[in-house]
Design a protein. Structure first.
Lengths: 544, 665
C-alpha cells in the first residue's frame, strides 16, 4: 500500500472534515461526518505505522515526508516540511486514535451548537497532528498556535460554569510561553542561517541540528523554549491552568487536552530543547529532574485530597507527566524510550479516566465523589473499566503504565547526567501515592452501599459508550504485555537523538574551548580591548 | 509436548479461567448463577496445572529448564523477556500453589454457594493463581514483580470482595498501599541491580551478583528484604494482613496463609546466593523475623475473633521463616513454607467451616425474632462445643492445631524444630544474634502452642455458648468443604516427613534438603557452619521442643477446658496493661493512621500543598492577572479624551526623555 502524501493527508483530512461539517445543518449529519472523518484519518494513520520502517535511518530526513518550499519569498528557508520518525509516529497514532473516540464520547454530551463543536474538534486534531509531524520549527510553531484557538472555544463555549475563566487562563498562560518562544525561533532562524545556511534564515530541523549554538546563546534560547513547553506539560509551578481547564472543559476537550495536547510540551522538549541546546539541557538536567519529581509527588498528594473526580484526574496528569519529563532529562536510551511510550500510555489511561468520569457526569451532572458511592452494584461494567483504567494509571505490571514508568525510572537511576539514585528512589515513591489517590477515588465512588436513589437507578454503559472504551482498554493490555513492537519503532530515532546530543555537546565544548583560547591571544596586544561588544549598549547614551 | 509447552499450559490455564469467569458473566447475567459451571471451570484450571506440575516434577532431570516465550521490553541495555525457570525450587512452590490452591478452589465451590459474586470470586482466585505462578516461576526480577504486584492486586480485589461494606474496601486499599510501600523498595532494588549488572535475569544475577562489592550487595539484599516485609507481613509492614481477614475465608487461606505471604521467603530463597553475601542484612532479617514472630504470637493470645487469631498466627509463623532465612537456612524456610501451607490453610478453611455454622445460628436467631446485630459468627466467645455438631471440621482443625504447635512427628514439628535447630547451630558456631533468635523462637513456640490450643478448645470443646443453644444447632459443611479439610488435615499430619532432621540417618533422609540444597545440585544456597552441634545436644534440643509443645498444649487444653473464658479473664487480671497492649495490637494501626497517614493526607496534602496550590501558586497567577487588570484600569482612566491632558503628558514625557539623554542615567 503506497498512498501519496499520506502524512499530509493524515494532518489535513480532519480540517477538510471541519469544512464539510460547516456545510451541514442536522446535528446527526454533523456527528456522523465528524466520526467518518476521524475514523478515516485513523485508518490512514495505520498506513503510517505500517509504512514507517525503523530500520531505515531518519538521521538525514524523516520518512513519509512531504516538502513544499514555495510559500515564502527567497531569503527565508521556511518550508512546509512534514514527515514521520520514531518520536512522532506513536503520538500521531495516539492523536488519530483518540479522534473518533472523542467524537463518540461527545455524541450526546454536546447538546447544542453541534456544528461549531465538531468543526473545532476536527480543526484541533489537524493542529495537533501537525505539531507532531513538523520538521520545520516555524511550521511547528504555526501548528502549535493553531491548537490554541479551537481549545479556547471548546472550553469557553461548551465548558462548565467557570468556563470563561478557565479558557482565558489557558490561553494567556500558553500565549505568554509561546510568544517568548517565537522570539527565540526568530533569533535562532537568523543565527542558524548565518552559521550554517549561507546567511539564509532557516528553521529546518535538520539544518538547525547542524548548528552548534554558542553556550551563552544556548542558555537563553533553551530558557524560552523550555519555559514555553514547561507551561504546556505543565511543570510545577506553572501548572495551575490545568486543573481549571480540565474541570471546566467538556469530556471531549479534557480527553484531547490530557491525551495529546499536554504531550506537545514534552514532545517539544524532546524534539527541540534537547538536541538543539544539548549543553544547557544537560547542565540543567538536575534542575529539571528535581522539578519533575516535585511534580510527581506534589501532583499526587494534591490529587489525593480533591473532592471533584475530574480535578483528581487532572492533578494525576501533573504527577504522571513528571515521570515523562524525568525520563527525557535522564539522557539514557531506557529512560527516553520510556518517556516516549509513557506519553502514549498516559494518553490512553488518563483519556480513559476522563471518559469514564464524563460518563458519570452525563448521568448525574455532578463530579463530586461524595455524590456517588456504591456504583459497583448499579453499573458493574463501568466499574470494571474504571478499575482497569485506574490500575493502568497506577502502573500495575501487565498494564501499559508500568512499562513507561519502569523504563523511565530504570534509565534515570543509572543516568550519569542526573547522577542521583537517591533522588530517583524518592521519585519511585510516587507509585505509592498513585495507588493512594486512585484507589481512594474508586473507594469513594464505586464501593459501599447504594444510598442514593439516583445512583441506584443509574444505567450501565450503552453500546456506544462501551464501544468507544474498548480500544483503550485493549491497548492498555497490549502495551502492558507486548510493548516491544512499539518500542522497536521508537528505538532508532531515540538512539539517533541521544547520539546527536552527545556529539553536539562535545562539539560546542570544543568550540567554546577554542574561543577561549583565541580570546586569550588578543589580550597580549594592548591596542585590542574587548570594547567592540559594548558599543551597541553605549549607543543610546552617546548619541546626543 | 516439551516442558516449555507444558509450562505454558500451567501458566495460561488459570489466566484463561480468570478471563472466562470474569468476562462472560459480566455481560451475560444469566451465567452468574451457573455455580456448578463457574466453580468447575475455576477449579479445573488450577487442578489441571497441578497434575501437569506433578508430571514435570516426576520427570525433572535436575538441570533448570528455561522457557523464554517472548520479549517484554527491550530498550537500551535492557532486554527483558517473559522468561520462566523450572527448577527444584520453582517446582516445589508450583506444587504448593496449584495443589493447596486447587484444594481451596474446591472448598470455595461450597463455601461461596449463593453469593451474588460467585463468578467474580472464581475469576479473582484464578487470576491470583496466575499471578502467583508468575511469581514463583519467573526467570527474571520484573516477571517476578509482575506476579508480585499481581498477587497484591488479587488480594485487593478479594479482601474488598464484599464491597458494599466500606470497611472491607478500606482494608483492601490498606493491603494494596502497604504492599506498594514494599514494592517501591523492590523496584529500587531492580534499578540498582540493572545499573550494576546491566541485566535483571536470574541467570546473570546469580552468576555475577555474588561478586559485587559488599556495600552494593548489602543494599540490593536490604531493599529486596524491605519488599519482602510488605508481602510477607513482617515488621513494620505487617499491618495489612490482619485487616485482610475482611475477605471471604478461602481467600484468607489461599492468600494470607498458603501462598502470597510466602512470596518474600521465596524471593530470599531464590536469591540465597546473594543474601549470603550480605551478612549484615542477614542479621537484620533474622532479628526482624524473631521480633515479628514474638510480637504477633503475643497478640494472638489476646484475640477473640477466630480468624484474627489465625491471622496473627500467620504473621508469627512467617517470622519463623525469616529467622531461618536470617541464619542462612533457606531450604528450611521453604520447608516451613510448605508445612505451614498445609496446616494454616487447613486452619483457615476449618475456621471458615465454623463461621458457616455460626452463620446458621445467626440466621436462626433472626428467625426467632432476636436481634442478631450483636452476634458475631467469628467470635470464639460465643462458640464452644462445636465438636458435637461439626465432627469433621473439629478433627481436622485439631490435627492442624497439633501440627502448628509442634507436637512430635506432625508436619509443624519437623519444620519448626529444624528452624530452631539451625538458629541454635548458627549461634553455636559463634553468632550471638542467632542464639538470641533461638531463645525468641523457643518462647514463641510456647506461645504458639498455647494460643492455638486455646482457639481449638474455645471453639470446639466445652458447652455451647451461643444464645438459644438448646434450640439452634449448626451443621457440618458439605463434602466439597470437608473433603478439602481432610486433605489438608492429613498433610498437616504427615507432610513433615519430607524433611527429617539430621539425627535421623545423618540427614540423608532429609529429602527437601537434598532436593533444594546447592550442595546437592539444587538452587538454594545455605550458610556453611564450622562447628557441628554434638549429636547428644541435638537430641536434647529435639526433646526440649517436644516437651515444650506437649506441655503447653496439655496446659492450655486443661485450663481452657476447665475454666473456659474464665482463664482469659484471669490472664487479663494477672497481666493487666500488658494484656491490653496485646489485645490492642501494640497500637501499630493507631500509630500509622495518626502519625503517618493522617499527617500525610490531612497535614501535608490537604492543609499544606492543596492550600498552597490554590492560594500561593494559583494566587500568584491570579494576582498577576488582577494587577494587569488594575493597571489597565488605571491606564484607561488616563485616556480621558481631553486634549489638554494628552498635551501635558506629552510635554512631561518629552522633558523626562531629554533629561535622561542629557544626563545619561
Amino acid at each position: 500500500m503506497n498512498i501519496p502524501h499520506l502524512t499530509s493527508l493524515v494532518i489535513f483530512l480532519p480540517a477538510l472534515g471541519a469544512v464539510l461539517t460547516l456545510a451541514l445543518r442536522r446535528a446527526s449529519a454533523i456527528r456522523w461526518t465528524a466520526l467518518a472523518t476521524t475514523l478515516a484519518t485513523f485508518l490512514l494513520s495505520i498506513g503510517l505505522f505500517v509504512g514507517y520502517d525503523p530500520s531505515v535511518s531518519t538521521a538525514l530526513a524523516p520518512q513519509l515526508a512531504d516538502v513544499w518550499a514555495g510559500w515564502l519569498p527567497d531569503g527565508y528557508d521556511i518550508k512546509y516540511f512534514v514527515g514521520i520518525d520514531g518520536l512522532s509516529l506513536l503520538l500521531v497514532m495516539l492523536t488519530t486514535l483518540l479522534g473518533p473516540i472523542v467524537v463518540l464520547s461527545s455524541w450526546t454530551y454536546i447538546g447544542e451548537k453541534h456544528k461549531g463543536y465538531y468543526a473545532l474538534l476536527l480543526l484541533l486534531q489537524t493542529g495537533i497532528t501537525g505539531v507532531f509531524t513538523s520538521f520545520d520549527l516555524f511550521l511547528f510553531y504555526i501548528f502549535f498556535e493553531l491548537t490554541l484557538i479551537p481549545m479556547y472555544f471548546i472550553i469557553g463555549i461548551w465548558g462548565g460554569t467557570e468556563r470563561i475563566y478557565a479558557a482565558v487562563k489557558f490561553v494567556i498562560y500558553t500565549l505568554v510561553g509561546s510568544l517568548l518562544m517565537l522570539v527565540g525561533i526568530l533569533y535562532l532562524g537568523y543565527a542558524a542561517g548565518d552559521a550554517v545556511n549561507n546567511g539564509v534564515f532557516t528553521t529546518d530541523w535538520y539544518t538547525l541540528l547542524e548548528y552548534n549554538i554558542p553556550l551563552a546563546v544556548q542558555g537563553w534560547l533553551f530558557a524560552v523554549f523550555a519555559f514555553s513547553f514547561a507551561i504546556k506539560v505543565p511543570l510545577f509551578p506553572l501548572h495551575t491552568w490545568l486543573p481549571d481547564a480540565h474541570v471546566q472543559a467538556p469530556t471531549g476537550g479534557s480527553v484531547i487536552l490530557a491525551g495529546v495536547l499536554l504531550k506537545m510540551g514534552t514532545y517539544g522538549l524532546l524534539r527541540f530543547c534537547l538536541p538543539l541546546f544539548p549543553n544547557v539541557a544537560q547542565s540543567s538536567a538536575g534542575l529539571f529532574a528535581v522539578i519533575a519529581i516535585i511534580g510527581i509527588i506534589y501532583g499526587a498528594l494534591v490529587a489525593r485530597v480533591q473532592d471533584d473526580a475530574k480535578s483528581l484526574v487532572a492533578y494525576s496528569s501533573i504527577s504522571h507527566l513528571g515521570f515523562v519529563v524525568l525520563g527525557l532529562f535522564a539522557f539514557t536510551t531506557e529512560a527516553m524510550q520510556g518517556a516516549v511510550i509513557q506519553m502514549v500510555n498516559h494518553g490512553l489511561s488518563t483519556g480513559a479516566l476522563f471518559l469514564l468520569v464524563g460518563m458519570l457526569y452525563e448521568r448525574r451532572h455532578t463530579r463530586l465523589m461524595d455524590d456517588y458511592g456504591g456504583l459497583a452494584t448499579s453499573v458493574p461494567v463501568l466499574t470494571t473499566l474504571m478499575v482497569i483504567s485506574v490500575l493502568a494509571s497506577a502502573g500495575l505490571p501487565g498494564l501499559n503504565g508500568f512499562v513507561g514508568e519502569f523504563l523511565i525510572l530504570l534509565g534515570s537511576f543509572k543516568s550519569p547526567v542526573i547522577d542521583s539514585p537517591v533522588l530517583i528512589a524518592f521519585a519511585t515513591t510516587g507509585v505509592i501515592l498513585a495507588a493512594m489517590y486512585l484507589l481512594h477515588m474508586v473507594y469513594r465512588t464505586f464501593f459501599g452501599e447504594l444510598t442514593n436513589e439516583a445512583n441506584a437507578q443509574m444505567a450501565d454503559l450503552n453500546g456506544r459508550e462501551f464501544g468507544l472504551m474498548v480500544p483503550l482498554i485493549v491497548l492498555m493490555f497490549v502495551l502492558g504485555f507486548f510493548p516491544s513492537p512499539f518500542l522497536r519503532q521508537t528505538a532508532p530515532t531515540t538512539e539517533f537523538l541521544l547520539e546527536t546530543v552527545e556529539e553536539k555537546r562535545a562539539a560546542v565544548e570544543r568550540m567554546e574551548a577554542n574561543d577561549a583560547a583565541t580570546a586569550e591571544e588578543p589580550t597580549q596586544v594592548p591596542t585590542a580591548p574587548p570594547e567592540g561588544q559594548e558599543v551597541s549598549i553605549d549607543v543610546p547614551s552617546t548619541s546626543p | 509436548m516439551t516442558s516449555a509447552d507444558l509450562l505454558r499450559l500451567v501458566l495460561l490455564l488459570p489466566l484463561a479461567g480468570a478471563v472466562l469467569n470474569g468476562v462472560a458473566p459480566l455481560f451475560l447475567k444469566h451465567l452468574r448463577t451457573r455455580e456448578t459451571l463457574l466453580g468447575t471451570i475455576g477449579t479445573a484450571v488450577v487442578a489441571i496445572p497441578f497434575v501437569l506440575t506433578v508430571y514435570l516434577f516426576v520427570t525433572f532431570g535436575g538441570d533448570p529448564i528455561v522457557a523464554d516465550y517472548f520479549t517484554w521490553m527491550a530498550a537500551g541495555d535492557l532486554d527483558l523477556s517473559f522468561a520462566y525457570r523450572v527448577d527444584q525450587l520453582s517446582l516445589l512452590m508450583t506444587l504448593v500453589v496449584t495443589g493447596v490452591g486447587g484444594v481451596i478452589h474446591l472448598y470455595s465451590i461450597g463455601y461461596m454457594h449463593g453469593d451474588d459474586g460467585y463468578w467474580r470470586f472464581f475469576a479473582y482466585l484464578n487470576l491470583f493463581i496466575f499471578a502467583m505462578l508468575n511469581l514463583v516461576l519467573a526467570n527474571n526480577l520484573p516477571v517476578l514483580f509482575l506476579g508480585w504486584e499481581g498477587v497484591g492486586l488479587c488480594s485487593y480485589l478479594l479482601i474488598g470482595f464484599w464491597y458494599t461494606d466500606l470497611r472491607n474496601s478500606a482494608a483492601a486499599n490498606k493491603a494494596f498501599i502497604v504492599n506498594r510501600v514494599g514494592d517501591v523498595a523492590f523496584l529500587v532494588a531492580m534499578f540498582l541491580v540493572f545499573r550494576e549488572l546491566g541485566s535483571l535475569s536470574f541467570d546473570v544475577l546469580l552468576a555475577e551478583g555474588p561478586n559485587l562489592p559488599e556495600a552494593t550487595l548489602n543494599w540490593i539484599v536490604f531493599l529486596l528484604f524491605v519488599g519482602a516485609t510488605g508481602k510477607s507481613a513482617q515488621i513494620p509492614l505487617f499491618v495489612w494482613l490482619p485487616d485482610a481477614m475482611a475477605g471471604p475465608t478461602p481467600v484468607s487461606a489461599l492468600i494470607h496463609a498458603a501462598t502470597m505471604v510466602t512470596s518474600g521467603l521465596y524471593l530470599l530463597a531464590r536469591l540465597s546466593a546473594l543474601v549470603l553475601g550480605a551478612p549484615v542484612v542477614m542479621m537484620i532479617v533474622a532479628i526482624v523475623g524473631a521480633a515479628t514472630a514474638l510480637m504477633a504470637a503475643t497478640i494472638a493470645v489476646a484475640q477473640d475473633d477466630i480468624k484474627r487469631v489465625l491471622a496473627y498466627s500467620t504473621v508469627s509463623q512467617l517470622g519463623y521463616m525469616f529467622m531461618a532465612a536470617g541464619v542462612g537456612a533457606f531450604f528450611v524456610a521453604i520447608f516451613h513454607v510448605v508445612t505451614h501451607a498445609f496446616f494454616k490453610a487447613c486452619l483457615f478453611l476449618g475456621a471458615g467451616s465454623v463461621i458457616h455454622g455460626m452463620e446458621e445460628v445467626e440466621h436462626g436467631l433472626e428467625e426467632q425474632g432476636r436481634d442478631p446485630s450483636d452476634f458475631d459468627p467469628q467470635d470464639m466467645r460465643t462458640m464452644g462445643g462445636l465438636a458435637e455438631y461439626m465432627p469433621a471440621t473439629r478433627t481436622t482443625y485439631l490435627l492442624a492445631t497439633l501440627a502448628i504447635s509442634g507436637i512430635p512427628l506432625t508436619a509443624g514439628f519437623f519444620s519448626k524444630d529444624e528452624i530452631l535447630f539451625k538458629a541454635f547451630e548458627y549461634g553455636y558456631d559463634g553468632s550471638t544474634y542467632a542464639m538470641a533468635v533461638w531463645v525468641v523462637g523457643i518462647l514463641t513456640a510456647v506461645l504458639t502452642a498455647f494460643y492455638m490450643m486455646r482457639s481449638y478448645v474455645l471453639t470446639f470443646e466445652g458447652e455451647p455458648r451461643w444464645p438459644l443453644s438448646d434450640q439452634l444447632a449448626p451443621h457440618e459443611s458439605p463434602s466439597t468443604m470437608t473433603g478439602a479439610l481432610w486433605t489438608l488435615g492429613l498433610l498437616s499430619l504427615v507432610g513433615g516427613f519430607i524433611g527429617l532432621p539430621a539425627v535421623v540417618q545423618g540427614g540423608d533422609w532429609n529429602w527437601i534438603h537434598h532436593y533444594l540444597g546447592a550442595k546437592y545440585g539444587g538452587p538454594v544456597a545455605e550458610a556453611s557452619v564450622q562447628g557441628h552441634v554434638p549429636l547428644a545436644l541435638e537430641w536434647g534440643l529435639i526433646l526440649l521442643s517436644s516437651v515444650i509443645a506437649l506441655g503447653t498444649v496439655y496446659y492450655a487444653w486443661r485450663v481452657y477446658l476447665t475454666q473456659g473464658l474464665g482463664y482469659d479473664a484471669a490472664l487479663k487480671r494477672r497481666l493487666r496493661g500488658v494484656y491490653q497492649t496485646w489485645t490492642d495490637k501494640y497500637y501499630w494501626d493507631e500509630f500509622y493512621n495518626e502519625v503517618v497517614v493522617d499527617s500525610l493526607i490531612n497535614g501535608v496534602a490537604r492543609k499544606g500543598l492543596a492550600a498552597f496550590d490554590t492560594t500561593v501558586v494559583d494566587g500568584a497567577v491570579n494576582g498577576v492577572a488582577d494587577t494587569a487588570q488594575n493597571a489597565s484600569g488605571l491606564l484607561r482612566r488616563v485616556q480621558t479624551g481631553l486634549v489638554q491632558n494628552y498635551a501635558l503628558a506629552l510635554t512631561v514625557g518629552a522633558a523626562l526623555l531629554i533629561g535622561l539623554m542629557l544626563y545619561g542615567v
